[in-house]
Design a protein around this ligand. Structure first.
Ligand code: TEU
Ligand code: CA
Length: 560
């Protein structure tokens, strides 16, 4: 099966606008900052830029609470800046993907302001309102950001649903007016030249009929809604309708953010006939280091074993082959930094080696790779020690719920977990150089700079031909030039299934084989692989090749 859409060979660079580059001295990144850095992204070789939400928003959840879908957040710039940005991207032969957040709006959106006025308001049915049950919430659903997923509204005497913060009320997708308002808005952006959308929690939009209680599995106060609400009964109908009304009318790429999606779900969402989306972000590999106690969710300090990671990535490669298209990612604005999480940030040598090894792991697989700002220079977790250092509501709420309210963890343990897993680890300002505030701004940034910016920054990376940056640049170039990376069949090297140190797989098409060998550990390992005498070493993170001796975090790819 030949995959020959433009996005099959593309690499996406994700920008978190608030943290990328400030130009007007207020400590917040802005659109003009992105314009100034387009040549940098082009130099890396990325084909597509995905921007986290830049719309008008009270910023309760950093722009994922949108109060006007067709206006730019004034802190970030205005529509003229946006036009200049999209022109600049297109002039450089790149494309722009925007964030589409339509599971919910801000409570400051006009639709919600109208909706909460009362039961007779024409916008009432744009959201999900219910009466309470026995003086309590309508059901036991918990919010992703702690507490109940319902908020009582005094003014109109009912509860409304919010799967995320109370300031993020869920839209009612059962209402065709809601759906068509969204499609119109999408077409409005497409007319401005936008090349695609990343769709926020798009598989949560179809709620189960009757909104029944969700299952609790331990001592959690409110139930985790994800198993019940994700991939709901009308989701494919909604996405096909959206596709007909929007995607089919433009040349665009779409990626759905789909927590709780399995390969079976992906076969429908991202099937090669493109009736719904082009690909999805699945979360299974992001959950391998979660706490076994469901009440604690992701808050833990365990490390993902190679066995679990390999089994998971292999499953996605094999199950989607010839049927659907994968996205490939380690990082985004919600995840800790990959080199700290799956690699090793304890010494400079290991940081650089393990960052390259992990990049090799995903960039040699089938799918569209996503690089999150700073990943290409090996930015690490910030590990801030105090709760006051954190900005993200998810971490702060979780601390209060698990430590103060439920007493499931002591404060010290929770701070250790937050230092490892907080979303703020991804949101510290981009490290451009070693000047004060890392060249991000000359004003105190909205979120603290990672103290290691003097050593880890773009300026240093560009000056060192062995840097992580140039390694990513080479990986991207290989994807652009070698069809086997796009279309070759994936297979584990026989016998590799249980190896706790080495991950070895091949990609193969009619005339080329790639053998990828990766040491996931800080130990030197001896393994023999049959490599033909005429094989060429395509890329590696060591200066030389010692054949069966595979050094700490070594990555090598043979071509034959
Ligand atoms: O994230 C959805 C989502 O699944 C997250 O709750 C995720 O589980 C969590 O962040 C992991 O720590 C999307 C956006 O990417 C996120 O930034 C938003 O806060 C959220 O939706 C609500 O819009
Ligand atoms: Ca600014």
């Amino acid at each position: 099966m030949e995959n020959n859409h433009w996005w099959n060979k593309s690499v996406v660079y994700q920008i978190y606008p608030k943290s990328f580059q400030d130009t007007n001295h207020d400590g917040v990144g802005d659109l003009r900052g992105i314009i100034d850095r387009l040549d940098y992204i082009k130099k890396l070789g990325a084909d597509v830029i995905w921007l986290n939400p830049i719309y008008e928003s009270p910023q309760v959840d950093n722009g994922y609470d949108i109060s006007n879908y067709e206006a730019i957040n004034p802190t970030l710039g205005n529509m003229d800046d946006f036009q200049e940005l999209i022109d600049g991207i297109h002039e450089r032969g790149m494309k722009l993907v925007m964030d589409l957040v339509v599971n919910h709006t801000s409570d400051q959106h006009n639709w919600f302001k109208e909706s909460r006025k009362g039961k007779d308001n024409p916008y009432r049915d744009y959201y999900i309102w219910r009466d309470g049950k026995d003086g309590k919430e309508p059901n036991n659903w918990g919010s992703y950001f702690s507490g109940a997923a319902w908020k009582y509204d005094d003014e109109s005497g009912q509860y409304y649903l919010h799967l995320f913060a109370p300031e993020q009320p869920d839209l009612n997708w059962e209402n065709p007016q809601v759906r068509h308002s969204v499609y119109d808005m999408m077409n409005w952006w497409a007319a401005k030249g936008v090349d695609g959308f990343r769709m926020d929690v798009i598989n949560l939009i179809s709620k189960p009929d009757g909104l029944p209680d969700a299952k609790k599995s331990g001592d959690e106060k409110y139930a985790n809604v994800e198993p019940l609400v994700s991939n709901g009964h009308r989701i494919h109908e909604f996405l096909q309708e959206m596709n007909k009304n929007v995607m089919s009318k433009h040349k665009m790429v779409t990626v759905g953010e789909t927590p709780g999606a399995t390969p079976k779900d992906a076969e429908k969402y991202a099937s090669l006939d493109n009736k719904e989306l082009n690909m999805i972000f699945q979360f299974e590999h992001m959950g391998l280091d979660s706490n076994p106690n469901p009440a604690l969710g992701k808050w833990d300090d365990r490390k993902t074993s190679l066995k679990d990671l390999r089994a998971n990535l292999t499953k996605w490669q094999e199950k989607l082959y010839g049927k659907a298209w994968n996205s490939l990612y380690w990082n985004n604005h919600d995840q800790p930094r990959v080199v700290s999480r799956f690699g090793n940030d304890q010494t400079e040598d290991y940081r650089v080696k393990s960052a390259k090894m992990l990049a090799t792991m995903t960039h040699m697989m089938q799918g569209t790779p996503y690089i999150y700002e700073g990943e290409e220079i090996g930015m690490t977790n910030a590990y801030f020690p105090k709760l006051e250092d954190y900005v993200d509501l998810e971490s702060i709420n979780a601390y209060h719920q698990l430590v103060d309210d439920q007493h499931l963890l002591d404060g010290k343990t929770m701070m250790k977990y937050i230092a490892i897993h907080s979303r703020d680890n991804a949101r510290t300002p981009m490290q451009w150089d070693d000047s004060k505030y890392a060249g991000f701004s000359d004003h105190t940034p909205w979120e603290k700079v990672n103290p290691n910016y003097k050593q880890i920054n773009v300026k240093n990376a560009l000056a060192d031909k062995n840097s992580i940056f140039y390694y990513y640049q080479k990986l991207i170039e290989l994807r652009h030039t070698m069809p086997v990376i796009t279309n070759g069949k994936y297979a584990l090297v026989p016998g590799n299934d249980d190896d706790e140190q080495i991950f070895a797989y091949t990609r193969q098409d009619d005339d080329t084989t790639l053998l990828v060998i990766l040491n996931y550990t800080d130990e030197t390992v001896n393994r023999h692989y049959d490599v033909p005498a005429d094989a060429k070493l395509l890329i590696s993170n060591y200066e030389d090749d010692q054949n069966d001796t595979i050094r700490p975090y070594e990555a090598k790819v043979y071509q034959y």
